[in-house]
Write a protein that binds this ligand. Sequence first.
Ligand code: FDM
Ligand code: MG
Length: 212
Amino acid sequence: EGNKKECRGALIVLEGLDRSGKSSQCSRLVSYLEGQGIHAELWRFPDRTTNVGQMISAYLTNASQLDDHTIHLLFSANRWEKRSLMETKLKTGTTLIVDRYSYSGVAFSAAKGLDIQWCKAPEIGLLAPDLVAYLDISPEKASERGGYGNERYEKLEFQKKVAESYKALHDVSWKVVDACQPIEDVEKKLQEIVVDCVTECQKGKPISTLWY
Ligand code: FDM
Ligand code: MG
């Protein structure tokens, strides 16, 4: 009976400030896992391909203006619209490497001054990650990497506030990886913790929901 459960995929989330290296590490992880024979897909939030995602994208590029609460709920809706596909993928054995999730949702809105509990509420019932890896870098160091684009939140002063709200959210289950190490060292560290997590999930660790 238990056999089918034993091969579920893992829900793995990478979080961190802009320019912390999340996106490149996510792609490297997917290639690595595939090479190890572990079926994996790269996901990201916001998912700008949906209708809700297009509203989010317009907001981020300053093509539209929205009240802070409204955009917060759209980011959440963008995760809710992907929830059932996410669950199906996990149950059929696909590991998902996700670039940002509910923690970005709370950290960025709380950085604007919204109440943390209010920000967390719409995330209740979404699938809980099996692993949150936080790519740790100071806002100053991240901004020195250059390449902030022109999107709404890509400014040092705001990133400092985001760093503070990530600290408030952070709990002991997060794996904090020093994102200032050479890229290959970050990659190695992530590979270790991710493989451990995939193994645990294969052994039948149940899927749970936010917030635990
Ligand atoms: N962001 C991302 C939020 O404000 N809330 C969310 O729920 C998510 C998932 O959107 F500045 C912010 C974080 C970032 C911006 O993200 C776009 P990418 O990773 O740069 O596309
Ligand atoms: Mg960005």
